[in-house]
Structures are given as C-alpha cells and as structure tokens.
Design a binder for this molecule. Sequence first.
Ligand code: ATP
Length: 336
Amino acid sequence: TRVLGIEGTAWAASAAVFDTESDDVFIETDAYEPDSGGIHPREAAEHMHDAIPRVVETALAHARETFDGPDTEPPVDAVAFSRGPGLGPCLRTVGTAARALAQSLDVPLIGVNHMVAHLEIGRHTADFDSPVCLNASGANAHLLAYRNGRYRVLGETMDTGVGNAIDKFTRHVGWSHPGGPKVEAAAKDGELIDLPYVVKGMDFSFSGIMSAAKQRYDNGIPVEDICYSLQETIFAMLTEVAERALSLTGSDELVLGGGVGQNARLREMLADMCDQRGADFHAPEPRFLRDNAGMIAVLGAKMYEAGETLAIEDSRVDPNFRPDQVPVTWRTDEPE
Ligand code: ATP
C-alpha cells in the first residue's frame, strides 16, 4: 500500500508518501514562521494556500519516481489528510486540497485525526503493542491509551497546550516563535527557582506557571533560571502523569509524541521514569515528533487497509476533533 499524506493543522504545510512494503516515509515540509508574535490563523492559512501545492507536487514526484506500476495507474492508493484538531482556516484549505487531489488521482480519501497520528507514529516506529502515549505538542497535551476500540484520554491539560505555554513565555521575553528550542538552549545555564506545580489526578494546568514565570522575569530573575525551572517543573508534571497512566493501565510501554518531544530533557526524564519501573520508552525521531505529513500517511495506510475511506460529502474538517471520537478499526488486537 502507498499513501500520500497531507498535514496542515497549524504551522507545517507538509506532504508525505508512505510505502508499507519498504516502510519508507518521504516527507516534504514548508514551515510557516510568523514575523512577530505567535501563529496568526489567517496568515497560517495563507501559508497553507501557497505552500501545500508545492509540497504535494514534490511528494507526488517522489511517488511517481518510486512507483513501478503502469503509467496509467495512480502512483498512490489513497490520499490521507489531517481533519483536525487544528486551526479552522488552515484545516479548510488543506481539506480542499486533499479532496481535489483524491478526485483528480481517482483514489479514496482518508480523514486522519492529527492527535491519533502523533500517537500511532510512535507505536509504528517502536513496534509496541499497547503503549500509553504522552502527546506533548504545541496546542495539546494529553495521555492516551487504547481501550475497547478507542484511544481514551486518561489525562490532559486543563488550559493551554504544553508548547503554547512555553511559547507564551518566550513571546513575553521578546524571543521569536517557536520558543521551545530557545528555552531548551537557555536552560543549560540555569538554576532552579520555585514555580507552581499543578497536577490534579491525571490532569494538569500550565496557566499558573506561565503567569509566575512572566512575573519572575519582570522582577529581574535571570531568564536562564526561569527557562531551566520551566523545563524542570513542566516536564516533572508530565512525567508524573505519564507514570500514573502506566500504573493505571498496567502497560509497560510509553511512547512520546508531539513537537515538545524534541526536547532532550523531557525525553531524559521520561526515560529515567520508565527505567525505574522496568517499562520501555520510545520517542520517534524528530521529523516524526513535530507536525509532519509522514505520520498522516502512516496512519492513513493503516486506515486504508482497514477500509476506513471517507466519502467526499462526509469529509468536513473538525477544528475540535478529539482522539476518542475515532473508532480504532485498524488494530487487530482484541480489547481486554
Ligand atoms: P498540535 O500537534 O497540538 O496541533 P502544533 O501544531 O503547535 O501542535 P508541534 O509541531 O507538535 O505543533 O509542536 C510545536 C511546539 O513544539 C511549539 O510550541 C514549539 O515551541 C515546541 N518545541 C519545539 N522544539 C522544542 C524543544 N526543543 N523544547 C521544547 N519545546 C519545543
């Protein structure tokens, strides 16, 4: 099976081709970089409008080059796209492109949940059976585990996503978007200061810590110390809930997903925790952690093989598409 994936929920205009036989994933991404501030939904959608045709053309050229079937056949079996969650104007632009492409290639359309894709790419690259997944992305933060045919949300942020929380602080300091990598670099020279730590059961909150971080900065605390402490505190919160999720589900596998997963300190804390419990930890390579169409193509292929195609008239995008809305029909293992 060969699937063309298209991603465009926020900043990454991305297209990919996944071939199940070779397990090869080709990804072409064009990132939107705001001149100032964070992501502006309208500008991001304009970026999608400009960049999606280009990245799709590159991915299709790759598909054609590596296709050994007859010229009269399309070089892919299906077109998969991110239906949500994400920014409405971006999703609509990408949805339109995906529908047009599926129709012009005369192949089925597959609607992928972006959050489930962040999870499935970890399961796919780790070859794990039934992991708990920590999604640490820009607009989201949650723990997911499979039960009775769905990925259940075991815990999640009560306010902003983890990356967005970090980016809000860096915007306050005047650093350009995205802030995560800059916080990671600055944290190397920092010392620990006290910041609010908010975990309630399996849920957590970042709003208090973000206001406190901004306040400490305005009061003249060195920015390196704040960056170091932000990482230590936020990642300790995520590690605590991930551990609780492992213990609750009895799973001994943890996968990490999402752009914040590129942070070495977060990976280190999760790996240490898993080590101490005798659990296996896997973080996919960075190109699969940040938003990318590779994960859309990989999950798209699993859904295609399970017969999960989408009629054009049912293919509306959904900015609030939750992972537990998706019937997981592509897993062959039976629920407990
Ligand atoms: P979602 O997948 O929820 O729609 P998103 O579209 O914003 O989120 P991702 O690509 O998953 O995108 O994540 C982007 C976020 O990752 C940004 O907030 C960015 O600051 C953060 N990030 C990137 N690199 C690092 C890093 N090294 N440390 C911490 N955060 C990082």
